[in-house]
Design a protein around this ligand. Structure first.
Ligand SMILES: [Zn+2]
Length: 136
């Protein structure tokens, strides 16, 4: 019986490292402990869907700062939450709802609704007002 020499050297998967630091591949290249992100991403996507499907009344609390600002978000249930957008790039948000406090995701459907609202607003300026905000 010939035993195949177990030379299963894990080939370095050279990916086009977009944002990788690229200096940490001296040993085995296990994926970094970012696995939790996949499930979190699911949770975030779920909230994005809810933000898209729900009807929210979004008001910028301070029109001087259209991007980094506080928004009041009225949900369909009649409650109003305050969403704070601190940094979009670093996803630093805050919301006064229970979900935000509990889920540990750093986002919620209200935050995502504000982000959607901002995108739509910037689209609308070039396309014209196509959408009207539904009131629940
Ligand atoms: Zn919220």
């Amino acid at each position: 019986m010939t035993e195949t020499t177990a030379s299963t050297k894990p080939k370095k998967t050279k990916r086009a490292s977009q944002a990788a630091a690229g200096a940490v591949e001296s040993e085995i290249s296990l994926p970094p402990a970012h696995d939790w992100r996949t499930t979190d991403q699911d949770e975030i996507n779920r909230r994005r869907l809810r933000a898209r499907e729900g009807s929210f009344v979004i008001r910028n609390a301070d029109a001087r700062f259209p991007v980094f600002s506080n928004f009041s978000v009225g949900s369909g249930s009649g409650l109003t939450y305050t969403v704070e957008i601190r940094s979009v790039a670093e996803r630093q948000f805050a919301c006064t709802c229970q979900d935000f406090r509990k889920n540990g995701l750093g986002t919620c459907k209200h935050v995502e609704a504000v982000l959607l609202h901002r995108k739509r607003a910037s689209n609308a300026s070039s396309r014209g007002p196509l959408r009207t905000v539904r009131r629940g």
